[in-house]
Design a protein around this ligand. Structure first.
Ligand SMILES: Cc1cc2nc3c(=O)[nH]c(=O)nc-3n(C[C@H](O)[C@H](O)[C@H](O)COP(=O)(O)O)c2cc1C
Length: 200
């Protein structure tokens, strides 16, 4: 049986979207079944429309499936992503996590492989704290955090052993570079490899 991978993330203006799409490509390349699901937007309309790029992203995502708790239940590997908001995950991402109580109560969040990805304006703007916020919740799930560490030489290039992170720039217009793309591929393939070995 192929490994089931759920990529669950929030993106307001596209950085996490690009990261999630790369993870999807890398995971699918291993033969895994993949569900890429963005977290439902819950911000007030006026807030969304106050930023053109945010409103455009919401419109572009209108027909894409949103994440449901059932997607986590389905998966063997869960890749969780949120932009940094003041060093933490977004409220939209947290709102999704807060819907997982029933699955948690049934023990259905446990024993899966989890890894995180994030993006912030600046490299020291809270990427590691955001990833640790994600992993703190995974600890409550009884999940298995498969952080990338420095398990491949390419991790010395992107430099984040906690997960994968991207500095998206002041106008959120810095594209993913080769080192981030390689780190995203590594995050996905390593999580799938560990899940495959656990299943065996
Ligand atoms: C309310 C708010 C808070 C933010 N807080 C931080 C922060 O603490 N550190 C940082 O570097 N960037 C911060 N950012 C910038 C975003 O994390 C960054 O633009 C991110 O790449 C956006 O991802 P997205 O395009 O997927 O929405 C913040 C942005 C907003 C709107």
């Amino acid at each position: 049986m192929s490994v089931r991978v759920a990529i669950v993330y929030y993106s307001a203006t596209g950085s996490l979207q690009a990261m999630a799409e790369r993870l999807e490509q890398a995971a699918a390349g291993t033969g895994a079944e993949v569900r890429r699901r963005h977290v439902r937007e819950i911000a007030p309309r006026a807030a969304i429309e106050s930023r053109r790029e945010w409103a455009e992203h919401v419109a572009a995502m209108a027909d894409e499936p949103v994440a449901e708790p059932a997607d986590i239940d389905w998966a063997d590997v869960v890749l969780l992503g949120s932009p940094t908001r003041f060093g933490n995950v977004t409220s939209q991402f947290q709102q999704f996590i807060d819907q997982l109580g029933p699955l948690w109560g049934e023990g259905k969040l446990a024993d899966k492989v989890y890894a995180g990805f994030t993006s912030s304006q600046t490299a020291h703007g809270g990427q590691e704290t955001t990833l640790l916020s994600i992993y703190r919740m995974v600890a409550h799930f009884g999940g298995l955090v498969v952080a990338p560490g420095y398990t491949d030489p390419l991790k010395f290039a992107d430099g984040n052993p906690y997960g994968v992170s991207h500095a998206s720039g002041a106008n959120n217009d810095a594209p993913l570079g080769e080192k981030e793309l390689a780190a995203l591929d590594h995050l996905a393939t390593r999580a799938i490899d560990i899940a495959t070995r656990l299943a065996a």
